[in-house]
Design a protein around this ligand. Structure first.
Ligand SMILES: [Cu+2]
Length: 475
């Protein structure tokens, strides 16, 4: 079994239904014993020149230790998280002995939003995999806030010595199922979801306006993804030395920004108004880029084969070249083919994986599993029927061990509007690389034969992105 504990995850549709109290339960009680504090506290920053076996070079800049070395263990995590209440207590004592009443909530100097869902043009299904604003400057001692602007994101502020690519490699949402190397039914190497890495850091004790987390430049501060319940803002007081620090999303590898810290009293720092203006300018540029990308991808390529059938190439999602806008649409959304034709889906989005699933959402984008001997995984058992969240699954007395990510069913021949066909993960190759997955963990295309298909309307969806759907008319 992998050395870190994984807890169940659920897709975006089901996430909306989760009781917000679960988030607190995860953070405070630690449903998974290793989630409190998460791995980020205990992972040693990648050395500038790694040694030992399994070295690989990510992003051309940093050499990483082997995967086995990089997997977080549990004990140090607990030690790190136990420090948080102590720090909080010390802070309280200082206030008390100073005779100063608690000042009450801090007003943040500015806001950095992960995503901007309200700016998606009407009639489009997009996500902004971008921070608004992407860069900011703060004086030492200042407080700002990260907020979730409407997607499944983290905002993870990294120590000076870390790069976003290195953090993504170790703490990204996806990981190889290293003890089970059999292929998924869809033909991909198995991928599991690394849930602890996208929970808040620190896990508890700070982040509110009354008690901001402190970023001192030496350890991670992260607004967790909305894994359980609605997202909450993360207030951060910056005490780090002057310099530039990277923040990023552990789910979307190209989603990065920078925070420049300057000495207290310096001029030219970001204000609420300047942050809003920068965000607005970025939004306008992103929208234009997203529309251009969508238009470019909204065409089917058609090739006539020697036997007279046609091969259609469609696009399952796209993005602008910078990866700031994820177009979560099947493009073109509807095509009319003939029996005997073949349809190929290609991903164009650099950051979002997808599935092509006929005829409807099967709820198999996230599959809670129990580890068995010899790496044999079995489905976890629902503890609530019907289950409404991944926390409603268990393995003989403990939470599910891991969550398989979109395994697919391997059916690539569709003959009726009722045929159940699920590609499993389709993704641009850069996505596997960003998470240190083997390239074969995703498919760079998916081909479905409609040989012998009956006339009719065939619906299909992406199981990862709610509302992402398309239609094939066989005529
Ligand atoms: Cu999708």
């Amino acid at each position: 079994m992998p050395r870190f504990c994984r807890i169940p995850q659920f897709n975006e549709r089901r996430r909306a239904a989760i009781d917000g109290s679960l988030r607190g339960a995860v953070r405070d009680a630690g449903i998974c014993p290793f989630t409190a504090g998460t791995d980020a506290h205990t992972i040693t920053p990648p050395p500038p020149h790694g040694g030992g076996g399994g070295i690989r070079n990510k992003g051309g800049s940093i050499q990483m230790p082997s995967r086995a070395m990089r997997r977080p263990g549990g004990n140090n995590v607990r030690r790190a998280s136990a420090l948080i209440p102590l720090i909080a207590l010390a802070g309280g004592l200082l206030l008390t002995t100073g005779g100063v009443a608690a000042a009450g909530p801090v007003t943040p100097l500015f806001t950095i939003a992960a995503d901007n869902a309200s700016a998606v043009p009407a009639g489009h299904l997009w996500a902004f995999n971008d921070f608004f604003p992407r860069s900011a400057t703060i004086a030492q001692g200042g407080t700002f806030q990260f907020v979730n602007g409407g997607g499944f994101h983290t905002a993870t502020l990294l120590p000076a010595s870390w790069t976003a690519a290195a953090d993504q490699d170790v703490n990204g949402i996806a990981a190889a199922d290293i003890d089970d190397t059999a292929l998924n039914p869809g033909g991909q190497l198995k991928t599991v979801e690394n849930i602890p890495a996208v929970l808040p850091v620190p896990a508890q004790g700070c982040g509110t306006a009354d008690q901001p987390c402190v970023f001192d430049g030496s350890s991670v501060v992260s607004m967790g993804a909305p894994v359980a319940g609605p997202p909450t803002p993360l207030f951060v007081t910056v005490t780090a030395a002057p310099g530039t620090y990277v923040f990023h999303c552990r789910i979307h590898s190209w989603m990065t920004g920078s925070l420049t810290v300057v000495a207290a009293g310096s001029a030219g720092t970001t204000t609420s108004a300047s942050a809003a203006a920068d965000a607005a300018a970025q939004t306008a540029a992103d929208v234009a880029a997203g529309l251009a990308a969508e238009t470019a991808a909204d065409k089917a390529a058609v090739k006539v084969n020697t036997n007279g059938t046609r091969t259609w190439t469609l696009h399952v999602g796209t993005s602008d070249p910078a990866g700031h806008v994820a177009v979560l649409e099947m493009l073109p959304r509807k095509v009319t083919i003939k029996p005997g034709d073949t349809v190929v889906w290609r991903p164009l989005d650099r950051q979002e994986p997808h599935t092509v699933t006929f005829p409807k959402d099967l709820n198999t984008a996230d599959v809670p599993l129990c580890e068995g001997s010899g790496g044999k995984d079995t489905p976890a058992i629902p503890t609530v029927v019907p289950p409404t969240s991944p926390f409603d699954f268990a393995c003989s007395g403990h939470p599910a061990d891991e969550v398989a990510f979109a395994p697919g069913n391997g059916v690539n021949h569709v003959t009726s509007p009722k045929t159940v066909s699920d590609s499993g993960l389709i993704a641009y190759p850069t996505i596997a690389a960003a998470f240190d997955l083997p390239a074969s963990a995703t498919r760079s295309s998916w081909t479905v034969s409609f040989a012998g298909a009956t006339a009719g309307t065939y619906h299909y969806v992406c199981q990862i992105h709610n509302g992402m759907s398309g239609t094939i008319v066989v005529h």
